[in-house]
Design a protein around this ligand. Sequence first.
Ligand code: 1PR
Length: 538
Amino acid sequence: MITLLDYGAGNVRSVRNAITRLGHTVRDVQGPQDILAAEKLIFPGVGSFGSVMQRLQHDGLVEPLIERIRLNKPFLGICVALQAMFEGSEESPGVAGLGILPGQVKRFTNRNLSVPQIGWNGIITHKESPILKDYQGQKLYFVHSYRASVADVGPEWLLATTDYGDSFVSGVERGNVTAFQFHPEKSGEAGLSILNNFLNAQGQESIEVRPVIQPGNRKTNMAKRIIACLDVRSNDQGDLVVTKGDQYDVREPGISGDSDAGDVRNLGKPVDLARRYYEEGADEITFLNITGFRDFPMQDQPMLEVLRKTSENVFVPLTIGGGIREFTDSDGKHYSALDVAAEYFRSGADKISIGSDAVYAVEEFLQTGKKSGRSAIEQISFVYGAQAVVISVDPRRVYVQTPEATTHHTIATKTTGPKGEKYCWYQCTVKGGREGRDIDAVQLASTCELLGAGEILLNCIDKDGTNSGFDHELIKQVRGAVSIPVIASSGAGSAQHFIEVFQETDAEAALAAGIFHRQEVPISEVKEALRKNNIETR
Ligand code: 1PR
């Protein structure tokens, strides 16, 4: 029996699913007495440092947690739970942590790195540990903007470090108490094996001193992520299918050749395909619900069930997009964007992705020059953290003869326009590309970062479904305008295209749909090609 400290702040379903998958039963902490009584306690920290500590204070859990750790009772902290063991954090000045370890947790400062660190990195172990006994250098999933300093943690506690700019603490352990900055429940089979070791570890009565491992000059490297994207909608028969468009048109050509007249392309079932991509080595799975499902009560939204089922078998991060906005369901009940996001997080999503609503929020910001605090981006980022908010950008090229012909951010392009134009800008669209707005991709991405977004999913309508490679000009332009990670999307047609996008641009991840659905290029082939070109992969 494993006891889980879940205070309803985010995606704890995956931890639950991982424990169940490993053959154990989960019970929840009901009150302070459970903290000390639990045989094994897992604390998956979710949210900001301040919100975690406030919640622990409110529920009277601070003292029992400190006592549990002092008594050397089996404990596993994940992510913010590791940070909460320190005295405080720059993220929430003035809020006291558990104070088991000295020092303040600080934000990543290296200007050349995107923050949050989102993705797969290694760890270097500093002492022997029963929890890491099977660890063989695999990459593990990190997602955070703040990190603990190695200088604050003595050999008694230091278990693992990771490099991102400088070296930070990615694991602490003393006796039966362990905490990791990475998410074992999101780190594929390597993470499950670490979790399994905690679940099965025989606790030691006394705190033994473990042999120290000299790490030497080794450094860890962040991998470039490969993301499989599933556009989901219901077809004309009412079945939920994975579909795929050409430049966002998802219907087969009709008999008359009218592209709107045919059936919705059906490339498989969402839960089955997601599982296949997980098994084939996808670093992340993204679901985009490309129709609104407005006829359903919120609780019956089909994508919630897709997430619940997927998270039972898929132990890498899941993103869900489409319809993240205020919503009145078919029962007439109103939900804020935050309520909608909360449902998705509870159902197993790690990140939500916002499309049209982000464009409207940026338009409002550019008009007023002020943050309203009301936008979906701001609200969700405030409660769940920037790393949980992805902005899905759906831009289309607009060609101009000279940069002066528009007030938008232009680039000199190698792909000239229909009238020989040598410049273009990228116009953002809403409603799945059906409506263009007077806003460009740089404005959108940089303003969303300001409003609290943690990542940009950069599609390109001109490239979508063409198999002609990613739009490097767009990616370079947007990557240069933000300091959050950018996912390159649209146009992948071969493994070579992934090599090129990582060699030519600084994108942190690349996403593809069509080539994976049609089984033209397996994910393993993409990874192999990247490795041969010295591009770090998981
Ligand atoms: O506006 O917040 O409700 O979000 C709607 C979401 O649905 C947006 O993320 C938008 O990109 C997506 N969407 C809407 N309509 C379509 C469509 O295709 N008709 N899908 C659509 C866009 C997503 C791309 C695609 C890549 C890779 N497709 O991410 O997966 O282009 O494709 P490829 O590798 O085959 O080239 P809201």
